[in-house]
Design a protein around this ligand. Structure first.
Ligand code: NAP
Length: 259
């Protein structure tokens, strides 16, 4: 067997169908791009149509199979409708990536129920609802990969983590519960844990070069993250070679969490 065949048998996503929420921007777009280039037909789900369309046009121009669905994951109805529309594009997914997220960051004293509820709805309830919609079918078919994107704030307080950290901590627990439910049926569930990644989510923090430099210095690699840094880990967790990896939190953070 030559090297290319061997690598392809381990990591190819040819014939797989993936749904990536938040796939129109930042880390989600990086992951959607990686899964599509590894062979999966990918549907990206988010709200803004221009960003969705641009992402899909970029992927199809590269010869990938891609589609988009506009849905607001902040409501249960939006999440359910988005899931149905996503399944219509290429069929029931083998891979679900929950990457859509919001980080509203009010200081604790100003943290009201509205911000708490929105944060929990997008960051935790939507992944739960999409898991309920797709997980049992994956288990019945004997293959599935669910990847949640959490945060170092699931593990430590950092810049008004408030509701955000609580939602991401809950999401890591949800991953373990889903792994408990479905791993014996071929469905693995893991989380990718970013450190500080330069994306639109962090625009405010990223506009202060001193803060950006000091965050880079907190990593072991010596730089902040990029959306492309998630490509390899996402393809691995989405593919057949990660069959014995489940319920895990995989830190893709340049060593931020161990420094
Ligand atoms: N950047 C970091 O340093 C960092 C660190 C740790 C964890 N993370 C996590 O990584 C994930 C991606 O973040 P990012 O930095 O790549 O952010 P981003 O570039 O702002 O992307 C966020 C994505 O989520 C979508 N989204 C937000 N609210 C939504 C809603 N109500 N319904 C549907 N889609 C929604 C956005 O699209 P629309 O706005 O068009 O809906 C966008 O596609 C998030 O879960 C975030 O918590 C990021």
């Amino acid at each position: 067997m030559n090297a290319q065949t061997y690598v392809s048998e381990l990591f190819s996503l040819e014939g797989r169908v993936a749904v990536v929420t938040g796939g129109s921007s930042g880390i989600g777009r990086g992951i959607a791009t990686a899964l599509a280039h590894a062979g999966a037909a990918v549907t990206v789900v988010a709200r803004r149509e221009a960003e969705l369309r641009a992402t899909v046009e970029g992927l199809t121009a590269d010869g990938c199979r891609a589609a988009w669905v506009s849905a607001d994951l902040a409501t249960a109805e939006g999440a359910r409708a988005g899931a149905e529309a996503a399944a219509d594009a290429f069929g029931e997914p083998d891979i679900l990536v929950n990457c859509a997220g919001v980080n509203l960051r009010p200081p604790m004293n100003d943290l009201g129920e509205d911000v708490w509820d929105t944060t929990m709805a997008v960051n935790l309830k939507a992944p739960f609802l999409l898991g309920q919609r797709f997980g049992p079918g994956m288990a019945e078919r004997g293959y599935g990969r669910i990847i949640h994107v959490t945060s170092q704030q699931a593990h430590r307080a950092f810049v008004n983590s408030g509701a955000y950290g609580a939602s991401k901590g809950g999401l890591e627990s949800l991953a373990r519960s889903q792994a408990e439910a479905w791993s014996a049926h071929g469905v693995t569930v893991n989380t990718l844990v970013p450190g500080f990644v330069l994306t639109p989510l962090n625009e405010r923090l990223a506009s202060d070069p001193r803060k950006v430099a000091s965050l880079a210095a907190r990593t072991l690699v010596g730089r902040n993250g990029l959306a492309e840094d998630f490509a390899g880990a996402a393809v691995f967790l989405a593919g057949r070679s990660s069959a014995y990896v489940t319920g895990q939190s995989v830190f893709v953070d340049g060593g931020f969490s161990v420094h």
